[in-house]
Design a protein around this ligand. Structure first.
Ligand code: GAL
Length: 835
């Protein structure tokens, strides 16, 4: 009894403190409020909306995060090009009122953006507060000098994505991440101002907290900084307080704490502590800050690759861009969660945020689910890859942007490595890229260069010095992690390597050169920062499956009117490889810490090897709608303990046609294929360099069935049946209970099936959706990289038998009904609840 009262008290004081720190409760001197709701929005070319008197009453009312481009039609003439997703750019304005009744002269207000793409200018009461160019960085503006503290204020935000192209992939447009309004007093913990440096030694977790206190009051202040580490049971496991006299505008206070017998953060058990920092003056808490802390050790070893908590682990990673398919760039926690979970189920243990700092929610997810992260800053430095990209801003902004990335992210236990750039053109001495067509950028990137483009002699050139300067910035703010860069020039005379500033050698592609790494880079750990670039369309199979199709080939333009790429693992970009080829190298090379496959999910933009109407990628292991391609199961068979038996392709062909059947399997000695009961032979992987088995057979309708055996006993069976004509629709939601918070999502898979429930693999029926209850359709997709149907619609054609509808709960608890109908198909309805 006593104990439970005790723990109740303990729990409530923890929760109160957490709420205080996280949300800076209403009525306190400090507040942190999510400020997403109720913005007025319009696309507007001129700057009149910056004026407070501007009448925005006819503008649309919306909640952030928001991406205006995803709501529009694809078009060949949109200046972003197919590489940018063939969706529009433009200039968007957001406006909102801030009404204050604040008599406290010392209070301060800041507006914080997790991210807005791009060139974001904030105006308060008609005055420009500031502009931030980089569309992937988090930033804040101090509004205080511009505010009327007792009355109405007009906040206008201009997001300018009109200069196109400015990216090699789809970025989205608008305030696409969360926004916070922060209130504080004039003495506070600086933004991202607590740095945790941890070390685990002999059963003790040493936690050093370096805390930056800002004093904007212009006078001396006597303060106490009280810091606590809490475990998951809301018990304080370490704490320290320090009294200080804060004179200067900023003061650093360091406190060392010890967590006895710490629970480590690992992939299987990602234990998180909570750190709270309170600033007290005259016994009153005047500011508060909190973050999650994970105690773990990370090491890159020259011979053995990567170690987490002393355990040698292969980094089985994927690269991910930030868009969420049909939802666009607008961040949504449920959509991110679905992505990361699907990756984990495949066996992925790491994500490279390519090629920019991600939404903070992704890092939080990786912390709490146990996924490693490489956090990357830029896709270009001084030399641009597209006419209006970050290279235009690099000189003025790189120090600030790089600093802010490290400050924001450095306490995340999931982050194991910083990347200061991806395939930057400074790898070479001089690159002539003027007049380059967007679809040729990759060719430019992956051209082989002669020696004259590489570093000569022993003196370091400017590009090498720039590499050193960038690495020095990262080390200044985080001395604990190593630094890499994704390099597709793998000569040691690459200016970035030559600088000596990279701790971990990062190769993009060039798996055949991996064997030369110990000789070319003695004493350096090694990682494949980017690999594969296979090209696949879910559901499409190009035979013979043992021919390799490398595209686009060096001869341009490349055309293929199908706009399809084969889903046998027999199709890839010419600078890439098949999935099996690179995995074989990574698996059998102990000094290779691992790889990051390009890419985990398809993304909008970069439809290599095609151009418009193709407008999204073919590289994903999972398509844009979230349906796995076959190679998903190859990785699952290699990277997980789950039993895998995956036979493909489907079994609907022309009678007499020669068909290649492949099978991925594990945990079995052999597999045998039967066509309509007749054996087509037993197959087994002969050694650990083989990843699939195959049969070449003649199609006859009926059933292809594979049986797996271990020690002579059947351990698995999978059949592919010839489907009849499309008969009805099958709806499968990934969640049936949502939160009534206006953001919660259910991803509903839609399949066209025959009367017995077999997927019709060639079906292209148009499916119409309708909803009842407080909910809306957030997006539709089918995974086709060249469909020009809108993402925001209530209908979608099936693509190789499938499509997707995303249902978004409203704010009222509701019984939601989703109905799907199609011509000549029996409709289906499912129930989803929001509460
Ligand atoms: C790489 C580049 C990626 C993507 C990929 C496609 O060179 O780093 O961003 O473009 O090629 O194969």
């Amino acid at each position: 009894m006593r104990k439970s009262t005790f723990s109740l008290v303990r729990r409530s004081s923890f929760v109160l403190l957490l709420l205080l720190c996280l949300y800076r409760l209403e009525g306190h001197a400090f507040e942190r409020n999510l400020w997403d709701d109720g913005w007025r929005f319009a696309i507007c070319q001129d700057d009149s909306p910056q004026q407070s008197v501007f009448d925005d009453s006819a503008w649309r009312l919306l909640d952030l995060p928001h991406d205006w481009a995803i709501e529009e039609d694809f078009h060949a003439l949109h200046p972003s090009g197919a590489n940018g997703g063939a969706l529009p750019g433009g200039k968007g304005w957001y406006r909102k009122h801030l009404v204050l009744q604040d008599k406290d002269a010392s209070s301060r207000y800041a507006l914080h953006f997790d991210g807005a793409y791009m060139n974001t200018s904030v105006y308060v009461n008609s005055q420009l507060v500031g502009t931030r160019p980089y569309g992937f960085i988090s930033f804040s503006f101090d509004l205080t000098p511009y505010l009327n503290k007792q009355g109405d204020n007009v906040i206008a935000v201009k997001v300018d994505n009109s200069h196109q192209p400015n990216s090699r992939w789809y970025t989205g447009c608008g305030i696409y991440r969360h926004v916070y309004l922060m209130k504080s007093t004039d003495v506070r913990v600086a933004q991202w101002g607590v740095q945790a440096i941890t070390e685990v030694k002999k059963g003790v977790g040493n936690v050093m907290l370096n805390t930056q206190i800002e004093n904007l009051s212009g006078r001396n202040r006597r303060l106490i900084v009280r810091q606590k580490v809490w475990n998951k049971n809301h018990e304080v496991v370490a704490q320290s307080s320090k009294a200080l006299n804060v004179v200067a505008s900023a003061t650093m206070v360091s406190q060392q704490m010890r967590v006895q017998k710490p629970k480590l953060w690992s992939l299987s058990s990602p234990y998180l502590y909570t750190v709270t920092t309170e600033v007290l003056e005259n016994d009153r808490v005047i500011d508060c800050d909190t973050f999650k802390l994970g105690l773990r050790t990370v090491k890159f070893d020259v011979q053995k690759g990567f170690f987490l908590n002393g355990e040698n682990i292969k980094i089985n990673g994927v690269c991910l861009h930030g868009d969420l398919g049909c939802l666009g760039a607008a961040i949504n926690e449920d959509a991110l969660h679905r992505q990361v979970k699907m990756m984990m189920e495949m066996g992925v243990n790491a994500i490279r945020c390519s090629h920019n700092p991600p939404a903070p929610e992704l890092l939080n997810l990786c912390d709490s689910l146990g996924v490693l992260v490489v956090d990357e800053s830029f896709d270009s430095w001084l030399q641009g890859k597209t006419p209006y990209d970050y290279s235009l801003y690099f000189k003025s902004w790189f120090e600030r942007d790089l600093r802010d990335m490290v400050l924001r992210d450095r306490n995340h236990p999931s982050i194991i490595l910083w990347s200061i750039g991806n395939e930057v053109l400074e790898q070479w001495n001089k690159v002539n890229n003027s007049g380059m067509a967007l679809e040729d950028v990759n060719i430019l990137l992956n051209n082989t260069r002669d020696k004259s483009a590489l570093s000569q002699g022993d003196t370091l050139n400017l590009n090498s010095k720039l590499t050193q300067a960038l690495a020095a910035i990262v080390r200044r703010y985080d001395p604990t992690r190593m630094i890499t860069a994704g390099c597709n020039e793998v000569s040691p005379n690459n200016n970035l390597f030559k600088s000596g500033a990279l701790d971990v050698i990062g190769f993009n592609y060039h798996q055949k050169k991996v064997k030369d790494v110990p000789q070319n880079f003695p004493g350096k750990p090694f990682l494949m920062t980017e690999t594969v670039s296979a090209l696949q369309t879910r559901g499409y199979y190009k035979m013979p499956s043992d021919s390799l199709f490398r595209m686009p080939g060096k001869k341009r333009p490349f055309t293929d009117p199908t706009f399809l790429c084969s889903s046998y693992d027999n199709s890839c970009a010419y600078w890439g490889s098949t999935h099996e080829q690179t995995w074989d190298v990574v698996k059998h090379t102990p000094y290779c810490a691992g790889q990051f496959i390009w890419t985990g999910f398809d993304y909008i933009g970069e439809p290599t090897p095609f151009n418009f109407p193709a407008r999204s990628s073919y590289f994903g292991i999972i398509d844009l709608a979230g349906f796995p391609k076959d190679c998903y199961y190859m990785y699952q068979s290699e990277w997980t303990d789950k039993p895998v038996l995956h036979l493909f392709p489907h079994w609907n062909w022309i009678e007499g046609q020669t068909i290649d059947l492949w099978c991925y399997y594990n945990q079995a000695d052999e597999v045998e294929l039967f066509i309509n009961g007749k054996s087509q032979g037993v197959r087994q992987k002969r050694n650990d360099h083989e990843y699939h088995v195959a049969w070449r057979v003649t199609f006859e309708p009926g059933e292809a069935c594979v049986v797996a055996r271990k020690n002579g006993k059947v351990v698995g069976e999978q059949a592919r049946k010839t489907a009849g004509t499309p008969h009805h629709i099958r709806l499968t939601p990934n969640r049936q209970v949502l939160k009534a918070n206006g953001r919660s999502l259910s991803f509903v898979s839609v399949e066209v099936v025959d009367k017995d429930g077999n997927l019709c693999p060639w079906a292209e029926n148009n499916i119409h959706f309708s909803l009842s209850g407080d909910a809306k359709i957030a997006g539709v997709d089918n995974g086709s990289p060249f469909s020009l149907e809108r993402f925001q619609a209530n209908e979608r054609c099936a693509f190789f038998g499938k499509c997707l509808v995303v249902v978004q709960a409203g704010k009222k608890p509701s019984n939601i009904q989703l109905t799907a109908k199609g011509v000549d198909l029996a409709p289906q309805t499912i129930n989803i609840k929001s509460e």
